[in-house]
Design a protein around this ligand. Sequence first.
Ligand code: F0G
Length: 360
Amino acid sequence: MSGIIERYRPLLPDVTDATPVITLAEGSTPLIEAPRLARWIGVPPQLRVFLKFEGMNPTGSFKDRGMTMAVSKAVETGAKVVMCASTGNTSAAASAYAARAGIASVVLLPRGEVALGKLSQALIHGAQVLAIDGNFDDALNLVRDICATHPIALVNSVNPVRIEGQKTAAFEIVDALGDAPHFHAIPVGNAGNITAYWRGYQEYHAAGRATRTPKMLGFQAFGAAPLVDGSRVHEPCTIATAIRIGNPASWKGAIAARDQSGGLIHKVTDEQIVAAYAAVAANEGIFAEPACAAPVAGLKMLAENGYFKDLPTDEPATVTVTLTGHGLKDPDRAIKTVASGIVEVAAQRDAILRQLDRFF
Ligand code: F0G
């Protein structure tokens, strides 16, 4: 069973012979072409859309790529406890990898703002779960403060090895496509992942593994869009709780990714996010959590605004979209989105057939 560390060891210089590899066989997630979704988004026909479905990682999100690195390095340095702040997925990954390593984990969460599936993961993996009366940004400040003065390994993405692990998703995309995509669309919260992808694409390009680097297209939620608005958001607010962040730790990394790649970072409304979330599931059979729909909604907005209109019509192009987490993380949102779809019916053949009229 090997994960991203074994797959990409020569490109992960933090890993040495002294590093015990703590893995759950993360990575190697599918890159799935999405032609029906492409039509829903409205991209021109020569632009192929591919979904990098990170929900297929062992704890159901991309966080596992960084966490195999962070927990392996923590164990290497003799840490007995890891700690993170989280909107949910980081805590799920930290607690799972800590359990795998046989060490303890502490997770600091914004009370009432973490999706049910994520909370259940941290609890069942044995983390000490602390819910604070504050948001993610408050939680991260507290964790940084405590880890600076106590023998606890910090496993948020301010720990640089997290970003190193996460860059492997860009390697996998290039390995699968045979070259880098022309555009890469991604949700942005604390901004570690956009920073990591950009690094991965640049490194592969420098190593001669790709002929180009993609334009990085980042998307934030309207009520939590500090990078778009240009200033910190004190009370971030969105139904996409994974990216409910007002002061991203990797702010500079995200801006560099945007500017160096010739890309952009825009914001989309919760209504656009929910529509895209349902469209991914209904058009392609892929269940991703709400935050993942931000880049899908964003691409639709760009297509409507003519962003892709200058692409040459006779040359195929590709856009990859990272679907960062699994839809089962947040079952409440799915049910809220389509609860009206449940029809109560008598347990009788005729009554059931009456409901199926539209198919005949
Ligand atoms: N999508 C999902 C599903 C996430 O969980 C996160 C971040 C992001 C996107 C944004 O990635 O922070 O690297 O820009 N979740 C963190 C957490 C904050 O605590 O689980 P980012």
